[in-house]
Design a protein around this ligand. Structure first.
Ligand SMILES: *[C@@H]1O[C@H](CO)[C@@H](O)[C@H](O)[C@H]1NC(C)=O
Ligand SMILES: *[C@@H]1O[C@H](CO)[C@@H](O)[C@H](O)[C@H]1NC(C)=O
Length: 203
């Protein structure tokens, strides 16, 4: 009986992400949803929270402006309200790279993973980094039974687990990529994936 209670208590506090095998895809727009061969653009679509095991699954991404424009125009956060209006995202060509980009005031600006320590958190997604960080790459997930988990997941170099934290000031969830399986979470953080596309579709 005692061990059952202990197990239940542990289950209540750990919101584990699903057990999946991560498979990185080539960083090409054709590997993101809604790819249009004629224009070489994928999208527009939105980015949204997935597999967090919380009520924010399906909530979509927007940006929060950074006052220091020598770093970036903004950081990407997940809205705390379902159905809030958000900017569109697409994959397009920037020079020799194919990158996700977010619509800021009518112009698509590239997204990348920050290598800055901004408010003590690195691995955030920046919009229009002054010095671009790591690229955001598409990944697929497979369950142990071989079935593919619906969706195309954001990550880098085979890492697709993100730490979510509610930023009190903006009331948005910051997401930072965990690039080390032993990385610990800060107070209030929980883990999940970040998906591109449409929650109602499987691609
Ligand atoms: C990606 O990670 C999985 C474990 O989730 C591993 O089995 C696979 O070999 C890795 N692939 C690459 C290309 O590193
Ligand atoms: C494989 O596992 C996933 C996750 O547990 C489940 O949703 C899916 O239905 C399973 N597929 C088959 C064919 O059993």
């Amino acid at each position: 009986m005692l061990s059952l209670l202990v197990a239940l208590a542990a289950a209540a506090t750990v919101r584990a992400i699903p057990d999946v095998e991560v498979v990185p895809k080539e960083n090409k727009c054709s590997n993101w949803p809604f790819y249009r061969q004629m224009s070489s653009v994928a999208g527009p679509f939105t980015l949204f929270a997935a597999s967090t095991g919380t009520e924010i699954d399906g909530n979509r991404a927007t940006y929060v402006t950074i006052s220091d424009t020598t770093i970036a125009a903004g950081w990407v956060g997940i809205t705390s309200q379902q159905g809030a209006a958000v900017p569109q995202v697409q994959c397009q060509v920037f020079g020799s790279a194919e990158m996700l980009a977010m619509n800021l005031n009518g112009q698509y600006q590239p997204l990348s993973i920050s290598e800055y320590i901004y408010h003590e958190y690195d691995g955030l997604v920046f919009v229009k980094n002054v010095a671009r960080g790591a690229p955001i790459e598409p990944h697929w997930h497979y369950y142990p039974n071989g079935t593919r988990q619906d969706g195309t997941f954001l990550g880098w170099n085979n890492f697709t687990t993100w730490a979510y934290l509610l930023d009190q000031q903006s009331n948005k969830y910051r997401i930072r990529l965990l690039t080390d399986t032993a990385q610990k979470l800060y107070d209030g953080e929980f883990t999940g994936f970040v998906r591109a596309g449409d929650p109602r579709l499987s691609d």
